[in-house]
Design a protein around this ligand. Structure first.
Ligand code: SF4
Length: 381
């Protein structure tokens, strides 16, 4: 693999035993989808991913019981571990002793500890990282941009996303903390392309973690990922990548294999010609420990199957595994589904239609898809 041939120069960021950025080989990452509290399953999956070539394995942590599980997982795996803190950045000091990298989402800082400012929260995160020899990932997502930036850039979500990331870079740099990488993700590969290009131009020294969130089931999920990654990597943008595919746990390592294949193809000039992505677009999250019902992966597959009749329509259907990111990440889809323990919530854009049992939600989805198609036909007539 010669992923460094045309790479733009960046800072190098050490994450445990590996280096991200500068002229280090592009690092492929992945994330455990097992229940973090199931220590045996999480260790097995971390090892499965490491053995497939994952330089960093991410684990989601949302509460103290999961912190305790992480302590055990740490003892039993050789993987470089990153922890994903979404709504729970306050757990950072508890998890940092067991991991090599902490990911925080700038869009999830404002509504916790409202008496503290964002700079105060970032200062605390940087001090935790410093004290525990951890790197940081500033991970912004189109589905959860901090409201202050959306207000500053009305109608331009992409610019809000990029400016939010740049702001957090400056907060960290002003603290003298440079051991961080940035990711700017969305489920739309064109937005991922545009956001990363803009950011790379504005902050060329910051290593970039590339990802198309909720790319969905293979092979469509792989195609969407390639649309963004092939172009960015060929432009020298991207120091670490994560391919997010909806896969059952025993196939999760395929994310890593696909990531290495893309890097290898780009390094050797093999570009896959990308089909027109118009038509029915099903996005689904890659799942993680937050999934509350294991029927999620089957549901995503069933959604694809029962909607094939609508393949020529430009409709986006989002299928998400949990209530943490599901409600926000489905807002932009024409039809959205997010999974709870016993029901699935169905939405049309940001509006909730209702919550339905797993056995009936597909019928409801189909009814609303038919409505949507009929509405569009009426509008076009
Ligand atoms: S939507 Fe929820 S279950 Fe799916 S990857 Fe994101 S956090 Fe995990």
């Amino acid at each position: 693999m010669n992923g460094s041939s045309k790479r733009r120069p960046t800072r190098s960021v050490r994450v445990g035993e590996i280096v991200i950025g500068d002229d280090a080989p592009i690092v492929v990452q992945s994330m455990c989808a097992t229940k973090t509290r199931d220590i045996d399953a999480t260790v097995a999956q971390a090892e499965q991913l490491r053995e497939a070539g994952a330089g960093v394995v991410r684990i989601a942590i949302d509460n103290d019981k999961e912190v305790e599980a992480l302590r055990e997982v740490r003892k039993q795996t050789r993987a470089n571990l990153a922890v994903d803190l979404q709504e729970n950045y306050r757990l950072a000091d508890k998890v940092a002793p067991f991991v090599e990298k902490i990911r925080y989402n700038p869009g999830h800082l404002h509504h916790i500890e409202r008496d503290k400012t964002i700079p105060q929260k970032v200062e605390w995160l940087a001090s935790v990282a410093r004290d525990n020899d951890c790197a940081i990932r500033v991970g912004v997502n189109c589905g959860s941009v901090a409201p202050a930036f959306l207000e500053q850039h009305p109608g331009d979500q992409l610019e809000a996303l990029v400016q939010s990331a740049i702001y957090h870079c400056s907060l960290l740099e002003d603290l003298g903390f440079e051991r961080f990488v940035v990711s700017l993700k969305d489920s739309d590969p064109d937005k991922v392309l545009a956001a990363n290009r803009r950011f790379a131009e504005a902050a060329p020294m910051v290593p970039l973690h590339l990802g198309v969130t909720e790319a969905g089931l293979p092979p469509q999920g792989i195609i969407k990922t390639r649309v963004a990654f092939e172009k960015l990597l060929a432009e020298g943008i991207g120091d670490t990548i994560r391919v997010s595919l909806t896969l059952p746990n025993d196939r999760k390592h395929e994310e890593v294999e696909v990531g290495h294949a893309i890097i290898d193809d780009v390094a050797n000039g093999r570009f896959i010609s990308v089909p027109d992505l118009k038509g029915l677009n099903i996005i689904s999250c890659p799942s993680c420990s937050r999934v509350e019902n294991e029927a999620f992966v089957n549901l995503a597959e069933d959604v694809r199957e029962i909607t094939t009749y609508a393949s020529k329509y430009d409709v986006t259907i989002a299928v998400m595994g949990c209530r943490v990111n599901g409600p926000g990440e489905t807002d932009d889809a024409d039809l959205g589904l997010w999974c709870g323990p016993s029901t699935v919530t169905l939405k049309r854009k940001a509006e909730k239609v209702g919550s339905f049992g797993y056995d009936v939600v597909l019928d409801e989805l189909r009814r609303h898809l038919d409505d949507l198609i009929a509405d569009r036909a009426a509008g076009a007539a």
